[in-house]
Write a protein that binds this ligand. Structure first.
Ligand code: HEM
Length: 412
C-alpha cells in the first residue's frame, strides 16, 4: 500500500492539480473532436485548428498528466525528495496558462496568443525537465528506472526547443529545414513512449503483484528505444531513403518486442489473479503499442502508406491514452487513500481502494478508451466523418467515466 504514496512523496495537491487539469483537457479535447473533427479531416496535418487540437491533447492532457504523475512517482521510485516543492507548485499555473494560450492561439491563428503561450509552456516544461533531472541524478536507486526517466526528460527538452523554434518560424521565418518530423518523433517516441515504458516497468509488477520476473530486459529496451529514436530523428531531418529508415527502425521494433515480452512475463507471474480496470487498460495499451510499432515500421519500410495522423492517433490516444488512463485508476485512489486514511488504518474502518470509485462505471468506460484509438485512427486515416465522431464519443465515454470516478475518489 505504501509503495507509491509513502516517504519522499510531495504534497498531494501537486500531482492531483496536474492530473485533474489533464482530465479536463482530455474531455474538452474529446468535445472539440466531436464537434469539429469531420471539418478538420479536410486538412488532417499542419492546419492551425488541427494543431490546436493536437496540443490540447499532447500538452493539455498528456504532458499535464505525466508531469503530475512523475511529481508523485519519481521521488518514491528513486527514493529521493523533490528538489523543490515550491518550483513544482509554481510550474503548474505557468504550464496551464501557457497551454491554454497556445491552444487558443493555434485555434484562432493569432500569433499574439500563440507566441507567449508557447513561450510559457516551453519554459514550464524546460524548468520541469531540469528540476526532475536535478532530483533524479543523485538517486542511489534503480539504475534502469533512472535511465528511462532521464532519457525521456532529455527528449522532452528537445521537443520544447524544436517546438519553440517552429513557433518562432511562423513569425520570423528564419529556418531552412523542416523540424516537424524531428519534433513529432522526439515527442511521441523519445519522451512519451520512453517514459511510459519506464513507468510500466515499475508499476505493472507493483500493481499486478508479480514477483517471479525481475527487471527483465529493461536496460536493453531503454538503449534500443533511445538510440533508435535518435537515429530515426536524424534520418527524418536529413531525408534518408525508405531502405535506410526501415533499417534504423529495427532497434525501435526490437525495443517494443522486448518490452512487450517483459510485460507479458510480469502478468504471467502475478499473484493477483483478477485484473482490475487499471491493469486491463495496461494490457490494451500494450496491444496498441505492438500494433503501432508494426504499422509504423511497415510504413517506414514503404510496405504500407499510412497517413501520419493515423499513426500519431494510435500512439498518443491508443497506447498512451490507455496506459495513462489505466495508471490513473491505480495512482489517484492510492494518493487520496494514503493522504486521508493511512493514519487511521488498523485503528478504525477505512475504505478499500476499490470501494473509493464505481467499478461498474470504470468497466464500461474502459471499453470506450480501448476503442477510441482504433476508431479515431481509422476514421482519420480513411477520411470517414461518422467513424471519427464515434471515436470521439468513445473517448468521451472512457475519459468521462474516469473523470466521474476521480470525483468519487476525491469525495470518498
Ligand atoms: C512547448 C511545447 C511545444 C511547442 C512549442 C510545440 C509546437 C509545435 C508547432 C509550432 C508545431 C507545428 C509545426 C508546423 O506545422 O510547421 C507542432 C506540431 C506538432 N506537435 Fe508540438 N509543440 C510542443 C509540444 C508537443 C508535445 C509534447 C507533443 C507530443 C507529445 C507534440 C506533438 C506535435 C505533433 C504530433 C505535431 C504535428 C501536428 C500536425 O501537424 O497537425 N508537441 N508543435
Amino acid at each position: 500500500m505504501n509503495s507509491i504514496a509513502a516517504a519522499h512523496a510531495p504534497d498531494v495537491k501537486i500531482p492531483l492539480a496536474h492530473i485533474l487539469t489533464g482530465a479536463v483537457a482530455a474531455l474538452f479535447g474529446g468535445l472539440l473532436l466531436l464537434w469539429q473533427g469531420p471539418a478538420l479531416l479536410r486538412h488532417p496535418l499542419g492546419d492551425f485548428r488541427t494543431l490546436a487540437l493536437t496540443h490540447l491533447f499532447t500538452l493539455g492532457w498528456l504532458a499535464m498528466t505525466i508531469t503530475g504523475a512523475t511529481y508523485q512517482l519519481v521521488p518514491v521510485v528513486l527514493e529521493v525528495r523533490l528538489h523543490s516543492e515550491r518550483l513544482a507548485r509554481a510550474g503548474y499555473p505557468v504550464l496551464a496558462i501557457g497551454v491554454a494560450l497556445m491552444v487558443a492561439g493555434f485555434w484562432a491563428a493569432r500569433l499574439t496568443l500563440l507566441i507567449p503561450g508557447a513561450l510559457l509552456a516551453a519554459v514550464a516544461l524546460l524548468v520541469y525537465a531540469g528540476h526532475m533531472a536535478v532530483t533524479a541524478l543523485p538517486s542511489p536507486a534503480h539504475r534502469m528506472h533512472r535511465l528511462f526517466f532521464l532519457g525521456a526528460t532529455a527528449y522532452l527538452t528537445l521537443v520544447c526547443i524544436l517546438g519553440g523554434l517552429m513557433v518562432a518560424e511562423f513569425r520570423w521565418g528564419f529556418l531552412h529545414v523542416d523540424l516537424l518530423p524531428a519534433h513529432v518523433i522526439a515527442a511521441i517516441l523519445g519522451w512519451a513512449t520512453l517514459l511510459a515504458m519506464g513507468a510500466a516497468y515499475k508499476l505493472t509488477p507493483m500493481f499486478a503483484l508479480s514477483h517471479g520476473h525481475g527487471e527483465g530486459a529493461g536496460t536493453a529496451v531503454f538503449a534500443l528505444g533511445a538510440s533508435g529514436t535518435l537515429l530515426l530523428l536524424v534520418g527524418a531531418v536529413l531525408g534518408w531513403p525508405a531502405s535506410a529508415t526501415a533499417l534504423i527502425g529495427l532497434p525501435l521494433l526490437g525495443a517494443v518486442v522486448l518490452f512487450l515480452r517483459d510485460q507479458w512475463l510480469f502478468f504471467r507471474s502475478r499473484y493477483k489473479p483478477r485484473l482490475d480496470v487499471g491493469l486491463r487498460l495496461v494490457v490494451v495499451a500494450c496491444g496498441y503499442l505492438g500494433l503501432t510499432a508494426l504499422l509504423g515500421w511497415a510504413d517506414l519500410a514503404g510496405l504500407l502508406r499510412l497517413p501520419p495522423a493515423a499513426l500519431v492517433i494510435l500512439a498518443v490516444l491508443g497506447w498512451c491514452g490507455c496506459l495513462v488512463g489505466g495508471q490513473t485508476y491505480k495512482i489517484v485512489p492510492f494518493l487520496v487513500w494514503f493522504h486521508r486514511y493511512a493514519s487511521q488504518a488498523g485503528r478504525e474502518k477505512v475504505p478499500l481502494l476499490r470501494e473509493m470509485y464505481d467499478e461498474r462505471v470504470a468497466g464500461v468506460g474502459m471499453w470506450g478508451l480501448a476503442a477510441a484509438g482504433l476508431l479515431l485512427s481509422a476514421g482519420t486515416g480513411a477520411g470517414i466523418p461518422w467513424l471519427l465522431r464515434l471515436g470521439a464519443l468513445a473517448w468521451l465515454g472512457g475519459y468521462g467515466a474516469l473523470a466521474y470516478n476521480l470525483l468519487q475518489v476525491l469525495r470518498a
